[in-house]
Structure formats: C-alpha cells, structure tokens
Design a protein around this ligand. Sequence first.
Ligand code: TXA
Ligand code: MG
Length: 330
Amino acid sequence: MSSILNSFNNIFASSDENLLKASEIIKNGGLVAFPTETVYGLGANGLNSIAVAKIFSVKNRPSFNPLILHIDSVSSLELFTTFHSEKVLKLVDKFWPGPITLVLPKKALVPEIVTAGNSTVAIRIPNNEIALKLIKISGVPIAAPSANSFGMLSPTTAIHVANQLKDKIDFILDGGKCSVGLESTIVEFSNDKFVLLREGGISSEEIEEFLGEKLNRKISEKNPNSPGQLKSHYAPKKTIFFIDEVEISNFNKDKTAIICFSDDKKYSDFPFRKILSNKADFSEAAANLFFFLHELESENVDFILAEKIPEIGLGKAIMDRLTKAVNHYR
Ligand code: TXA
Ligand code: MG
C-alpha cells in the first residue's frame, strides 16, 4: 500500500501555492508536468536549452524531436515567430486558446533544441486555466511534449503521468481528466498556405470551414521531424486489433476487451466492454479514448478489439490514433 502512495507523492493539487512552486521550478530550469485540455504536458522553460534537454532524457526520446511552445497570449506569438499574414491571426483569434498548434518560422530567440534544428517552431495557447496560470507566473513560454515515456500512451490524468514517469519527475500538477483527451491538431503555415501535419482536438473540417479553403496535406511517414506522422507511434501494452479485421469467435471473451464507439448493444457478452460515447458524440469519444486504453493496459486482458469510428470530424483524429496503435500488431 505504502508503495502505491509513495509512487504518487509527486502529484500536487493545483492550488495557487503549488502553482507558485511549480513556476519556481520552471524558472530554475526544472521540469513540471501540467494539465492541458488535450493531454498532460512535460514542461520546461522553453528559452533554456539545458532545461529543455532534460525533457528528452526523462521521456527517453531516442532523438531530439521538436517540441511545442506553450504561450498564454497572442501577443507572445510575435516574440517567437515571424509571419506576415492576417490569415494566421484570424485563425488563432478563432481557435486559441484551444487544441490547435501552428508551425511558423521561428525567431532566433527560440533555442535550436526546442525545434530540433528546424527553422520553424510549433506553438499554441492551451485552453486550460492551470496551464495558462503556470505559463503566466513562470513568465516564459513552456516547451512541452506529451508527458508520457517515449512510445507509450499519452496521459490524460495526473496518475497516468505518475505511473509512467515515476520518480523521474518531482512535480505533477493535478488538473483532473483532460477535457479534449487527444493531442492538438498541427497546422503549418508556409508559402501562404496551411498544411495539416496532424489530426487532433479540432477537426480539420472545422478549420477548413472557418478558413474557407482546403488544408494541404503533407502526411509523410518518412518525415523524421514529425513523429506524430509515423505509421505507428505509441506501442500499446496489450495487443490491439480492429474488430472487423479479425474473426471474433477466436477470442476468449473473458480475456478480450472491446472498445465500442456507441452503445448499440453489440458485444455486451464481453465483460470488458468500453463504450466511447453512448450518444455517439465524437468529442466525448475523443475524451475517453486514451483514458480507456490506460485502464485496459492494467486490466487482466490479453487483447483489445476496437470498432472503427466513422471518419467525420474528430472521428478522423480518433481513427488516426487507433490505427497507429493497431499498426504495431498488423
Ligand atoms: O496537445 C498537444 O499537442 C500536446 C500538449 C501537451 O500540448 N503536446 C504534444 O506534444 O502532443 P508532442 O511532442 O507529443 O507532439 C508534438 C508534435 C510532434 O509530432 C512533433 O514532431 C511536431 O509536433 N512538431 C513540433 N515542432 C514541429 C515543427 N517545427 N515542424 C513540424 N512538426 C513539429
Ligand atoms: Mg506525444
């Protein structure tokens, strides 16, 4: 029992006092895990290369992949990036704070380690009060990837972070379960065009509708700078397949979990059945996906069988994450 309690002695309520402590850690070059509306981030002072380097070692990232800079106001955008387009400002006015990350040409002030040597930087304003306060009182942009170990599932609660990173991190701010539950949508702006790099918390359709133009797609598995675009990204601890790609009668019901999109009474004879959204609501389904996968990783099952989700709106991002998980076992 005590070991369970001990393993969580790095989780702190997000009181003003603890936010102040967290900001001191950031200012002093340390790491703080914090909630955002998408997933928990593992944050460091984004202007301090040595602090940012610690993120890579704690996450065990094998190479230096570029990180997202988290800011708390649109005015900071001009401090760290160069762009000459009203279109960019229109987009961020509409969707920030929120789960959309923009990739823009960087200014020299942004350290190379944040962008992995790229001339562009990924940047966003998260829609989470705790994250926004932390950035504000730290007085610096916070560089943060998702707070998981490399290749593992992104965390959507403080306990997920503590379970993965254990004592490699001293301070985890607890903000409950992430409301969006999937990483941000990433859009690059270059040559006066928006290019979709990763589906995420705001659907590409919604962005296209607002812009009145199609996003270009640059989905390339070979692009080493965008691990979010790799064919398989996170390795689930349990073997996962799509239900319609297997013969379900070959699976032992007591050892096989099912992830359904909505409750249409199917597979109710499987004791480990998770329903992403009873109302077939894509936002609710997105918020539950990683949460359920985390739960099933510690459940006594050997397999997870997932229903395919209609690829409409956030359904695209959900299917992107599920497909990447399934690809490990195809
Ligand atoms: O919702 C999110 O985006 C969360 C929260 C914490 O903000 N963060 C997150 O970070 O998912 P991470 O490191 O797990 O994924 C960031 C993605 C990576 O695939 C990275 O390659 C891409 O953003 N990225 C970062 N900078 C880039 C750049 N300059 N050009 C292209 N891709 C970039
Ligand atoms: Mg990640």
